[in-house]
Design a protein around this ligand. Structure first.
Ligand code: HEM
Length: 164
């Protein structure tokens, strides 16, 4: 069992907890849209889910920096100099800032959950898509358009659920 295996195992566990958590947070939030109220049970589910997402991010940060140290000691620093990696780091930073804004109630739950959901899936796709031949700006323009699209899709779903 080598370091790369341990880091990848940690990174994938972090991804599962983060992306899985972001998905369930959205499902619980959509379910609460039915009566427009987040009751105690739903709020309990959301709190637990946010805790799991934070745990996922902590594991990703440790394994992610572990990868960078491993690159340094194995002379593979060049692997970091690609736009896909820096676009992913920008998306990861957005996840953290968005979570802090949501916690401080400085961003609406509608907007914050669209940013969170798109960013977690975006980071997972960017992390796994080794052959992606796109520039940093191209990736971020596509990412921003995806956040806006997801925002309106979720809003439409919520309105549909409410009227049922
Ligand atoms: C939301 C947070 C993140 C997600 C969802 C994510 C997801 C992924 C995924 C799915 C992979 C492919 C793993 C594999 O099959 O080998 C990957 C690779 C990688 N990630 Fe992340 N990651 C995140 C955060 C980070 C952070 C914060 C760092 C650095 C500080 C990082 C550094 C890396 C590196 C260097 C690789 C390539 C590893 C290799 O060379 O095999 N990731 N990431």
């Amino acid at each position: 069992m080598n370091w790369h295996f341990i880091l990848t195992a940690g990174h994938i566990i972090g991804t599962v907890l983060g992306v899985g958590g972001a998905t369930f947070a959205e499902i619980f939030y959509l379910k609460s849209a039915r009566d427009g109220i987040i009751d105690q049970t739903e709020s309990g589910f959301l709190k637990t889910t946010y805790f799991i997402m934070r745990l996922g991010m902590i594991i990703l940060l440790f394994s992610g920096f572990g990868y960078l140290i491993w690159y340094r000691f194995t002379g593979q620093e060049a692997l970091m100099y690609n736009p896909r990696f820096w676009a992913k780091m920008t998306v990861v930073l957005t996840i953290v800032i968005n979570a802090l804004l949501l916690q401080a109630k400085k961003i609406s739950l509608n907007a914050g959950s669209a940013v969170s959901l798109t960013s977690w899936y975006g980071a997972m796709i960017l992390g796994s898509w080794r052959g992606l031949e796109a520039g940093y700006l191209q990736i971020l323009i596509f990412y921003t358009a995806s956040v806006i699209a997801v925002y309106f899709i979720l809003k439409t779903i919520k309105n549909k659920i409410k009227t049922k």
